[in-house]
Write a protein that binds this ligand. Sequence first.
Ligand code: GLN
Length: 482
Amino acid sequence: MKMSVVEIAEKVRKGSLRAVDVANETLKQIEAQNSSIHAFLHVDAKGLLEQAAAVDAKRDRGEALGPLAGVPVALKDALCAKGMPATSGSKILEGYVPLYDATVVAKLRAADALLPGKTNMDEFAMGSSGENSAYGPIKNPWDTARTPGGSSSGSAASVAGRMTYAALGTDTGGSIRQPASLSGIVGVKPTYGRVSRYGAIAFASSLDQIGPFASDVRGAARILRTISGHDPHDATSLNAPVENFEAACEKSPRGLRIGVPEEYFAAGLSKEVRASVEKAIARLESDGCTIKKVHLPHTKYAVATYYVIATAEASSNLARYDGVRYGLRVEPNRDLKAMYGATRDAGFGAEVKRRILLGTFVLSAGYYDAYYLKAQKVRTLIRRDFDNAFNEVDAICSPTAPTTAFRIGEKSDDPLAMYLSDIYTLPASLAGICGISVPCGMGAGNLPIGLQIIAPALREETMFTLAAACETHCPPVSPSGS
Ligand code: GLN
């Protein structure tokens, strides 16, 4: 599987490659690898082959094909696709089959993409390693004793292992960028509102965004363009023009001003990640960018702020899982309250319960002002840090994660250590701006390292120009060398 997203689509469009052959190769790779990696929770072989045959037939009839013709795009299990189960990694949604497509899924279908299935994830996207999945952990194809990151773990692992060519994930505080970094692929968190959240199973609605994973920058750019745009079904989706992100990849980065935040190169950052990221920034300087130190002084409050706001929103979003409307129902013959309690007790895992408790606490009378309201104020200060920095620079470069992929089990008993693995991705989420993780080198044990490029709201083009420049120095690699 050596082709990129753009190559597949162009070949299928020209007729030099059949979508059915791409689909069969995808199924072969999933068959060969999924039992050890556990990236997919559901594989829709029949649907995939039917979609591929339909794309080929459309071409044979002489009809124009869409920009993702024949490209398999796996879906994080937090996204609804009509007829395929959606669990969001939780037992409480076991058996739930959505009756409709998320807007992103409808857009992928309209672009002639193929949908191989649903990918494993931390329960309700709460986690950074995949270990919180109710269906068992996901392994990193670079080293199966290690995590691929999370919470979009299966989406990242399936692309890293080249089981599929691309995938969608969701990013609330880092869940696309951090697994992209740990898995050696490209992952994009778009500006809040760029992509419709309609049909995404909610975690924290003021932070959640859907975005693409691909093995290369141009593939991610093409998918992002396809799924972006205003949607009347999502009141927070922005009515802004969708630029040609692929064209931005062809632009020279010369003259762009890059900010390097001192606060992101502090204690906790591993030496090898620091060295690799500094080298990537130096290469951008030799490409003609100017490098400038910037300050994001409220960074130190990002983890605390995020875990107040995200848990508050989660406690409210997850109130709907009561055994009445979806999935699991436990002890149906007891009174209503007892049935709610038994269902939620059996259906939610430990991390989800921890967050519901924390979120309910920070919203409760007497604590609301001290925690929730204060966190909202600090969120504004974090956003202003970026506004100030972007008065002087076009983009910010940093590590995506403080370390390379850690071992499964290494942090699972220590929630705080786990929460710190998102320290560099949380601030951009709180600010609602866009970020990408792009591979920038390898660390000890042949484990990938990612560079994070953050740009102002709706400036994805700048982010893609810089990411493409980074990629010319550090082309895509996979564990099998293809
Ligand atoms: N790891 C972070 C958390 O556990 C972010 C998750 C995400 O972005 N969905 O909340």
